[in-house]
Design a protein around this ligand. Structure first.
Ligand code: C5P
Length: 403
């Protein structure tokens, strides 16, 4: 099912060059099933035309508090009734100041004041000095205290040529944050540490031993945990994936690098989810220079030494996080996974068959815990990840009450 099916969003544009990004956001949000009613301030129409947004949203665009198209002439009331959220993107310095003071001198500011319990999400977009100005910071704090949720801003190059904080989120990030807003906040306030992807064990500076993990499951869990309100750190082996928005990623190569990064983070985590396909061995005689092909021997003799077991080491920490392991098996899933859970000493172990999961966008998970085993239906990895996050939240709560 599309992520925003049955959601009606009132999208407010205010004056800023980031208006150009919103055209793409409207398109993508519609692909996800959202119905979008666009409202623009006069300044916004200087940056992008109402025609563009009407064509993209397939609905009338609202500009004026005196618009006679509303049957009762009360567009400022009608638009938010039954809406699931008001999203202001871009939100200018001026508009945030108006929101902070409850000003209502045009259609968009009036409907924000008149919106009742309809949630308000704002995506600031401005020059870094405008963002950092004490008045802006005061106003942002005020609108948050009044219940608005802030989406961004991001740091980076700005249209004015300066670099810093105040850039509006990119369309795909804005979309991800809109989708995240509608997910239940079952992990609010928790810190989640996740490993994902393969590890890469050097043979020499150009050759490695790795495995077929794509990282998709771990990244989906990182996204689902962020959506659920957690602060997420993702320790990732080499993958081709972008870090999900809002997730702090630490890149590593070998299992030993991953072990070091995880052990530094684990004391600060409430939950540790070990999804990475960690190599069991590393090459102990890895060459510092590229090995040459020689006529007399087919290949050099590689020697192997065991890697640390990251999950077992975290599970053994005194007062450590709630630990979740993964078992990818090719056969006898139930027997192997249950044994692995006991051997690793973790309260929850997630089993899947390699042939159902590896490099695929879908998976079929079975959860093993003290209370038995639960099989989830085959599903896209993000759907499965959200169900797993739900189960982790329940397990975490149970373990807190048993302590
Ligand atoms: O022992 P096995 O590799 O089959 O166990 C799989 C689980 O243990 C996964 O959760 C994996 O991320 C974790 N693991 C680990 N460190 C290792 C090997 C596996 O954390 N060296």
């Amino acid at each position: 099912m599309p992520e925003l099916a049955n959601k009606r969003i009132v999208l407010g544009l205010t004056g800023g060059i980031a208006c150009y990004k919103v055209a793409e956001y409207v398109r993508r949000a519609q692909d996800e099933g959202a119905t979008i009613d666009v409202v623009m301030t006069e300044a916004a129409t200087r940056f992008i035309t109402p025609v563009t947004l009407q064509a993209l949203s397939g609905r009338p665009v609202w500009l004026d508090a005196w618009d006679t198209r509303a049957h009762n002439n009360m567009a400022h009331i009608n638009l938010t009734r039954g809406a699931d959220a008001v999203v202001i993107a871009p939100a200018s310095t001026d508009f945030i100041a108006k929101l902070a003071h409850g000003l209502a001198d045009d259609l968009l500011s009036t409907l924000c004041v008149a919106r009742g319990s309809c949630p308000l999400l704002i995506a600031p977009a401005m020059n870094r000095e405008m963002w950092l100005h004490p008045a802006t910071q005061r106003n942002v704090a005020q609108v948050q205290a009044d219940g608005a949720r802030l989406l961004g801003p991001a740091e980076g190059d700005q249209a004015c040529g300066e670099t810093g904080s105040g850039r509006m989120l990119e369309p795909h990030e804005l979309l991800a944050e809109t989708i995240a807003f509608f997910q239940p906040k079952v992990l609010a306030g928790t810190r989640v540490l996740i490993t994902a992807g393969p590890t890469s064990e050097a043979i020499d500076p150009v050759r490695v031993i790795t495995n077929r993990s794509s990282g998709k499951m771990g990244y989906a869990i990182a996204r689902a945990a962020h959506e659920a309100g957690a602060t997420v750190t993702l320790v990732s082996g080499p993958t081709a994936l972008d870090a999900p928005y809002g997730v702090h990623r630490i890149n590593v190569q070998s299992a030993r690098d991953m072990h070091q990064a995880v052990m530094a983070q684990a004391p600060h985590a409430d939950v540790f989810i070990s999804v990475a396909a960690v190599a069991d061995w590393h090459v102990s005689n890895a060459s510092p220079v590229k090995l040459k092909k020689t006529a007399d021997s087919l290949a050099p003799q590689l020697e192997f030494a065991p890697n640390p077991d990251i999950l077992a080491d975290v599970a053994a920490l005194p007062n450590g996080p709630y630990c979740v392991g993964f078992a990818a098996e090719t056969d006898n899933l139930i027997k192997h996974a249950d044994q692995k859970r006991k051997r690793k000493g973790v309260p929850l172990l997630v089993g899947n068959l390699v042939q159902h999961a590896m490099d695929s966008d879908t998976t079929e998970l079975t959860l093993f815990s003290d209370s038995g085993q639960v099989s989830l239906s085959p599903a896209p990895k993000l759907t499965a990840a959200r169900q797993l996050v739900d189960a982790i939240a329940t397990g975490l709560q149970r373990s807190a009450t048993n302590r």
